[in-house]
Design a protein around this ligand. Structure first.
Ligand code: IPE
Ligand code: IPE
Ligand code: MG
Length: 246
């Protein structure tokens, strides 16, 4: 029987996810790693739908890191093919369900086919407003800080937290409230280094292809029970009653 959904007193505005564990999922089934990535796409579809249903406004997922180029070439090309296929297959449904897509990361090193697909998907969904989906592909937190600094410097502006923040690749959304990493590892792996300054962290033992609605609800429930202090005292937070930084 399907478990009923927990009653969440507060839903994070922005959820970020390190979708980890595809390779182990495949390995346990004696399948090639790319089969795990394929199953990972299914888990992502499920997660997008569940987040939108729960009122999450922004979902940011880590799909391919700057360091993932160091994997075996067949796995890298498998991941590129999977992205290209997913773009043609998934965009109509995302468009129909009100999801606005953004691709975040360096486009250097991506094939012309992939680059064109990313740009087209962004245009196709640009008028949607139900939920923003940021797909971090060829992304690294250090790359992001460096590209922001380079942009600010080339505009001749002083480097401040504000100017850098505006030049970061996720400047179109507020910082993540909740960062989930699946697959059991407890590290950031060069994900949103700047933006996660005050995100709540949740590490899930589930491998990404197995991450389902119940696993998502477990993370959302844990988030709802956290006290976010942003440097203040617990007593100050209790009087203001705010979950957000602003
Ligand atoms: C995450 O799963 C997907 C990518 C990094 C592209 P992994 O492929 O890292 O899976 P594990 O960690 O080897 O199980
Ligand atoms: C992080 O996972 C990157 C993505 C999920 C896209 P990795 O599997 O690459 O991270 P490490 O190497 O275990 O730190
Ligand atoms: Mg991994």
């Amino acid at each position: 029987m399907k478990k009923s959904r927990p009653n969440l007193p507060v839903v994070p505005h922005h959820v970020a996810i390190v979708m980890d564990g595809n390779g182990r999922w495949a390995h346990r089934r004696l399948l090639p790693r790319v089969a795990g990535h394929r199953q990972g796409v299914e888990a992502l579809r499920r997660c997008i739908r569940a987040c939108a249903e729960r009122g999450v406004q922004v979902l940011t997922v880590f799909a391919f890191s700057s360091e993932n180029w160091n994997r075996p070439t067949d796995e890298v090309s498998g991941l590129m093919d999977l992205l290209a296929t997913a773009l043609t297959r998934e965009v109509p449904e995302l468009k129909a369900s009100g999801i606005r897509l953004h691709f975040v990361g360096s486009r250097t090193g991506l094939s012309e086919r992939v680059r064109a697909g990313l740009a087209a998907a962004e245009v196709e969904t640009s008028t949607n407003s139900r939920m923003v989906l940021n797909v971090c592909f060829n992304y690294g937190g250090r790359w992001d800080i460096a590209q922001a600094a380079a942009r600010v410097a080339s505009a001749g502006e002083p480097i401040t937290e504000e100017s850098l923040g505006k030049a970061m690749s996720l400047a179109h959304v507020p910082d993540p409230d909740l960062l989930i990493r699946t697959g059991g590892e407890q590290r950031i792996s060069n994900f949103l280094l700047w933006q996660c300054a005050y995100s709540e962290m949740f590490f899930s033992e589930h491998l990404w292809p197995e991450f389902d609605e119940a696993a998502l609800d477990e993370a959302l429930l844990a988030f709802a029970q956290r006290e976010r202090r942003f440097g203040k005292t617990s007593a100050q937070v209790a009087t203001s009653g705010s979950q957000a930084l602003a």
